[in-house]
Write a protein that binds this ligand. Structure first.
Ligand code: NI
Length: 169
């Protein structure tokens, strides 16, 4: 297992739609182990493969309910149902130092394969619903800040540019 470097906003790999995984073998299982280790170390509650520079449709989530681990593996996930609304603060390991309140659905249902290649259905409300939407967005080349009103987004872009110039990004 290894902690991998998390790529930041501005890296083109984060804007590309990830490719589906065709074979779930040892390589993918190692990728998943590294992703969990990287996510827990960060610490974060979700991580998409493109966030460590791998353009494959793989994400991991663990919202750790009541402080207990609940690792979820999502290979080739598909959002099949969204309901309700939430307006909560969100952040992203690839956009460190920023948090913004954004609109999300309050319930999400996602189908995916797990690390054994078994079909899974993940349903969640609240934080889990948000994590499912956030990570599937990543795999489609989207960020949570894309859901913000344009002026708020521009403010964040301007601040990121400033940090890049000062080599703080
Ligand atoms: Ni993120």
């Amino acid at each position: 297992m290894a902690i991998r470097k998390i790529v930041k906003y501005g890296d083109p790999v984060l804007r590309k739609k990830c490719s589906p995984v065709n074979v779930i073998g040892n390589e993918i299982r190692k990728l998943i182990r590294d992703m969990f280790e990287t996510m827990y170390d960060a610490p974060g509650i979700g991580l998409a493969a493109n966030q460590i520079g791998v353009g494959l449709s793989v994400a991991v989530i663990d919202i750790q309910p009541q402080g207990k681990r609940m690792p979820l593996v999502l290979i080739n996930p598909k959002v099949v149902e969204l309901k309700g609304h939430l307006f909560e603060e969100e952040g992203c390991l690839s956009i460190p130092g920023f948090l913004s309140k954004i609109k999300r659905h309050g319930f999400a249902k996602v189908t995916a394969l797990n690390e054994k290649g078994l079909p899974m259905t993940y349903t969640g409300e609240g934080l889990l619903a948000r994590a499912l939407q956030h990570e599937t967005d990543h795999l489609n080349g989207k960020f949570y800040i894309d859901h913000l009103p344009i002026l708020k987004r521009w403010k964040i872009f301007a601040e990121i540019r400033k940090r890049k110039k000062s080599h703080l990004w």
